[in-house]
Ligand binder design. Structure first.
Ligand SMILES: [Zn+2]
Length: 397
């Protein structure tokens, strides 16, 4: 006897089974306990739901966000529209550093309130898992405050990533190496000791940290047995993709300037690509990520919003999928995989999320669309009509 079953549903399983028209999906004790064609459903369930022809997809997984921060950077948006570049603003003390000031000043209660409110958009679009990075504290107490705040977010599963090596804070200006020592010797161990870290990230870029500095952060993560991932080759080719691969990273993210050799190294290391069309769009970048090389090398591609106040104030997985298709020429199927099965893999969560496989968490959403491709096609619509978390139906926020 199953706890509940959804009948009259179409299933986008995101597995080798593909799409199942007129399917059935059952849940028991918070897990998917049966999924397949309705004609094969012979069991019984305590509760029976009529999905009325809706499509059921696994809950979305947003595998790269900077959701927890205070303030916003609408003013810099105005400056950029008057001609300043992202790098100009960073060099003039704006950018990440201005968000750091606001985040350090905010209380944990206030940070949680604004982040929880922001999260409503993801919940309304059927998101089951969100990754949230630190990186606007750049000191021990604020980095831990951000990670604790992220862990307190309600409504979905949260994965926290330590991004102490996001930018050099003002008090370490001109002393990036000393700051990396502080991150590796003091901040990261303190965060790991409080069990606030699921993975460790860094920003390897001309305006942030060198390959050597990034490698030191990765070595510190390895000493603590924590997986790594990287902001790699976004604005220039610093060999970030190959560096991520060398350390067996879960993912290398952005990748606009990644080389073919970097992509091949990722393939050999089973490092996933995470593409972030929101930042590409918002910064009006023109260099496309190496999509053809990623396809040729069979590197799975995940997508994410990269939500952050400076370069990607994007709160919509649906819009990110549309952008990935229009800007990066992904197919709707690739975009959907990017926010489900591949995103779960990018977080090391493929055993519980990203597909409608039996045994996975019963975290899924019902969509009033004729085909799943509509989710990547429409701009600004949200046809989500039901959300199930741990087997329990809920309302869209
Ligand atoms: Zn990012």
């Amino acid at each position: 006897m199953h706890d509940a079953v959804w009948l009259n549903a179409n299933l986008a399983t995101m597995t080798a089974h593909g799409a199942i028209v007129d399917g059935a999906l059952a849940v028991t004790q918070g897990r998917i306990s049966w999924s397949g064609p309705r004609s094969g459903w012979k069991d019984k369930a305590r509760a029976e739901h009529d999905a009325r022809g809706a499509w059921i997809l696994p809950g979305f997984v947003d595998c790269h966000t900077h959701l927890v921060y205070a303030g916003n950077r609408a003013h810099e948006f105005e400056l950029r529209l008057k001609g300043a570049s992202y790098e100009d603003i960073a060099k003039a003390g704006g950018g990440i550093v201005s968000t750091v000031r606001a985040t350090r000043a905010a209380s944990e209660t206030d940070l949680l309130a604004v982040a929880q409110k922001r999260l409503n958009q993801w919940l309304a679009e059927g998101t089951a898992v969100i990754e949230v990075k630190s990186g606007y504290g750049l000191d021990r107490d604020t980095e831990l405050k951000m990670l604790r705040t992220a862990r307190r977010l309600k409504g979905l599963t949260v994965r926290t990533t330590f991004l102490g090596a996001h930018a050099v804070p003002e008090e370490f200006k001109g002393c990036a190496d000393a700051y990396i020592d502080y991150v590796c010797d003091e901040v990261l161990p303190a965060a790991a000791k409080e069990k606030l870290v699921d993975a460790v990230d860094a920003f390897c870029e001309r305006i942030a940290f060198t390959r050597d500095q990034t490698a030191r952060v990765f070595s510190a993560a390895k000493r603590l047995a924590l997986p790594v991932k990287l902001h790699a080759d976004q604005l220039s080719d610093l060999g970030g993709a190959a560096l991520a691969a060398k350390y067996g990273a879960l993912s290398a993210d952005h990748l606009e300037h990644a080389s073919e050799q970097g992509v091949d190294a990722m393939a050999r290391a089973h490092t996933l690509a995470v593409l972030l069309p929101g930042a590409f769009y918002f910064l009006r970048e023109t260099r496309l990520p190496p999509i053809a090389a990623l396809r040729r090398a069979n590197v799975p591609v995940a997508l994410a919003t990269d939500h952050n106040p400076g370069s990607s104030p994007l709160s919509s997985p649906l819009l990110a999928m549309n952008m990935a298709c229009t800007l990066f020429h992904l197919t709707p199927d690739e975009a959907l995989a990017g926010f489900t099965v591949n995103a779960a893999r990018a977080l090391g969560m493929q055993a519980t999320h990203g597909t409608l496989e039996t045994g996975n968490a019963a975290d899924f959403a019902l969509w009033e669309v004729e085909s799943p491709a509509e989710l990547a096609y429409a701009i600004g619509a949200n046809p989500c009509i039901g959300i199930v978390r741990g087997g329990n139906s809920g309302q869209r926020p």
